[in-house]
Design a protein around this ligand. Structure first.
Ligand code: PHE
Length: 330
């Protein structure tokens, strides 16, 4: 009995306690054997020995339980100590991501137009000649196709050079009125300070009954949009040419770097070109089977907007995935 008590007292772990429990109270344990032995004792000795045995059993049982509880508390305390979190410690890996400046700019543009009820439409990156060129009043061998150096596949499909094919697909699948923008990636064979083979555009298209959509509407929307994007800038429309619009214009804002005085970024003109636009050419409406409608369209390069908004000098740096650049936009 004394030996057992010591053994219990000296136990260091719950595992040890469990072992002792089995040794004492298990089916083949100490007490099982002792009670077995009791059967072979003379009748007159049995009650006294049994009483003694039961009392020992009780004592040891309680000692064991007490020790177990002690160890359990100890173990929890140890665990709490070792797993303690010091919330005031600096974390090594506290790395926070952020939207890429191109995505951020794209989101801002989309936000403006969706607030005016423009639907956001998307289309395939691999396009057919018909949607990318033909239906946009750019027949085969038209010299204006050179404006957009194209990646062709062997089967005659191509990587879309602008998101205008989405407007064609939308017009073919729906009746006017239409009020939409088409954001997305486009591809051209170009690579220098201000051109990458893949970049992003947002184009817009509004079509309604003839006479309901005017150049004045277009001018108002674009002026408001550019002020939303760039703040208090001057805006001018310059006559231009696009095969799919007539009349066409390019839109400049006063240089946001030199405020129009002339600097390196604006090539000392005081102006930055940011948009192409115009009234949809009747040939485009003819190609999609629309009659007695008028409409306007516009298109812009998202990277160009991002470069101006964030003063990024080299367009290519937007696509290198260099964290030193991206971290600045967190
Ligand atoms: N699709 C033209 C481009 O990619 C942009 C544009 C769209 C111009 C609509 C005018 C009207 O260059």
């Amino acid at each position: 009995m004394k030996d057992w008590r010591e053994k219990i007292q000296n136990a260091q772990s719950l595992d040890e306690i469990e072992k002792i429990r089995i040794e004492l109270f298990g089916k083949k344990g100490y007490f099982a054997k002792e009670f077995e032995r009791l059967k072979s004792l003379p009748k007159d000795q049995k009650p006294a020995v049994a009483k003694e045995l039961n009392s020992t059993k009780n004592t040891l049982f309680h000692a064991l339980r007490q020790k177990k509880e002690e160890l359990l508390t100890q173990e929890i305390q140890q665990k709490l100590q070792s797993e303690k979190i010091d919330v005031s410690l600096y974390s090594a890996s506290g790395y926070k991501g952020a939207l890429h400046p191109v995505q951020h700019t794209m989101d801002k543009i989309i936000e403006y137009f969706t607030a005016l009820n423009y639907a956001v439409e998307t289309g395939p990156l691999v396009e057919e000649d018909f949607y990318n060129f033909e239906a946009l009043n750019l027949p085969k061998h038209h010299p204006a196709r050179d404006m957009q150096d194209t990646f062709y596949f062997q089967d005659g499909t191509l990587l879309r050079t602008h998101t205008s094919p989405v407007q064609i697909r939308t017009m073919l699948s729906r009746k006017p009125p239409i009020r939409m923008i088409s954001p997305g990636a486009v591809f051209r064979r170009d690579f220098d300070l201000t051109h990458t083979p893949m970049f992003h555009q947002v184009e817009g298209l509004v079509v309604d009954e003839a006479g309901k959509v005017s150049f004045a509407n277009l001018k108002f929307i674009l002026e408001d949009f550019l002020k939303y994007m760039f703040g208090d800038v001057k805006i001018r429309f310059r006559p231009s040419f696009f095969p799919f619009t007539e009349p066409s214009a390019e839109v400049d804002i006063s240089c946001i770097f030199c405020k129009g005085k002339g600097c390196r970024v604006c090539s000392h003109t005081g102006w930055l070109e940011v948009l192409g636009c115009g009234m949809v050419d009747p040939n485009v409406f003819y190609a999609v089977g629309y009659k007695d409608v008028s409409g306007y369209a516009f298109g812009l390069g998202v990277e160009r907007f991002a470069m101006l908004l964030h003063r990024i000098g080299d367009l290519r740096s937007l696509f290198e995935g260099d964290l030193r650049l991206l971290e600045q936009f967190r």
